[in-house]
Design a protein around this ligand. Structure first.
Ligand SMILES: *Cc1c(COP(=O)(O)O)cnc(C)c1O
Length: 369
């Protein structure tokens, strides 16, 4: 791997393939796989990852918002794309770019039916989300009669999947709650099939659902995001997965300060002895927030840990490299292949999802094939 000469997020497509293979090994060969690529594939990259996943043969992509799906279509992605958070003002775009909306409430459903009828669409694919306990988006089981009344005579749209989302699939201490969500979804699906007389695709499992509940919950399709990017929400699974993104930077400058001298804005760090400080071109505008400052987080130089000292600035941060053999221009690693984003995230009291999705688009992405 080439040494970094500026701040870069290296994205390893081989690791992505490995993770896909591992997740697939947990489910039956005929179970469909939806790759969740919202938020720039969790901060990694918008289109290269989807293009690669398409060559691996995933069945579906999911994005959060229409604009993300449009970007994938513009990049040449042909696989079906589910828009998880479809908003009525985006419906025209959704149809124009052949995206498939998740409809989760009566107002949105009626609005989409209206647009579909106006355009004279024929059996346009839609997905219906049900709430089974997350209490975020979704219809309730009691809405199925309403849905039937609303949809049975509508030829313009066609329900091609029913789905729900688990609230705590990584937390085995609430296993009963999760099993309850899966059972509730199965009951909703049965009622739907009885009422409508056909069975759409059913899906409820996310990454931790695949890892912990493949037996009871895999149904027709699974949806995975974080697992594809190398994190399994548990050390046992983290060992099997490979982080695909490695955030690296370089040392811009090194200087030694004396006892009593301070570093950075508001004198966030004061030296108690002569201290070697290295300046790194990476700051809170890049997604490394202030909560990592004041010796909470650390960067890796070779195999050694250098704590972040003082307050993280907008465009740079400072680390204590006393006793570490390093020079201006040397590479530093923030997280990735060798230090997990989960571990780094913990030092700032957050989780891998928040850390990696927050890595700014200002940072150059380098694809490693
Ligand atoms: C983001 C999201 C996922 C992916 O979850 P992971 O834990 O990253 O696998 C799956 N389903 C829905 C509805 C989501 O919003």
């Amino acid at each position: 791997m080439p040494k970094a000469t500026e701040t870069v997020l290296e994205i390893n497509l081989k690791s992505l393939e490995h993770n896909y293979g591992y997740l697939r090994s947990k489910i039956a060969p005929h179970t469909r796989f939806m790759a969740v690529v919202k938020a720039y594939s969790y901060g990694n990259d918008a289109s290269e990852i989807a293009k690669h996943m398409e060559t691996l043969g995933v069945d579906y992509f999911a994005v959060a918002y229409a604009c993300e799906g449009i970007a994938l279509r513009k990049a040449g992605i042909k696989t079906p794309i589910l828009v998880l958070h479809a908003i009525p003002s985006h419906f025209e775009d959704i149809i124009a770019y052949d995206l498939e909306p998740d409809l989760y409430n009566k107002k949105g459903l009626a609005a989409f039916q209206h647009v579909a009828a106006t355009k004279g669409l024929n059996a346009y694919p839609i997905h219906i989300k049900f709430n089974t306990g997350l209490n975020r988006l979704g219809f309730e089981e009691a809405d199925i009669d309403y849905l039937h009344g609303q949809l049975h005579a509508d030829k313009h749209i066609k329900v091609i999947s029913l789905f729900s989302h688990l609230a705590a699939s990584e937390d085995m201490s609430v296993r009963d709650f999760t099993i309850g969500q899966i059972d509730k979804f199965k009951s909703i699906a049965n009622t739907f099939v009885d009422r409508f007389g056909y069975k759409p695709l059913l899906h409820i499992l996310n990454t931790s659902g695949i890892l912990n509940y493949a037996d009871s919950g895999q149904l027709d399709m699974v949806r995975s995001g974080i697992g594809l990017y190398g994190y399994g929400n548990h050390p046992e699974f983290d060992r099997e997965l490979k982080p695909i993104g490695t955030l690296k930077s370089i040392i811009s400058q090194i200087h030694t300060i004396n006892e009593g001298e301070s570093v950075g804005y508001n004198m966030g760090f004061t030296a108690t002895k002569p201290t070697r400080i290295a300046i790194i071109p990476l700051g809170h505008a890049d997604g490394i927030g202030r909560h990592f400052g004041k010796e909470k987080g650390y960067l890796i130089i070779g195999t050694q840990k250098a704590p972040i000292v003082g307050n993280v600035c907008m465009d740079m941060l400072m680390i204590d490299v006393s006793g570490i053999d390093c020079r201006e221009g040397d590479e530093v690693v923030i997280f990735g292949a060798t230090v997990s984003a989960e571990d780094f995230a913990k030092t700032g009291n957050t989780i891998s999802y928040e850390l990696i999705t927050g890595i700014s688009q200002r940072i150059k992405r380098v694809i490693v094939r």
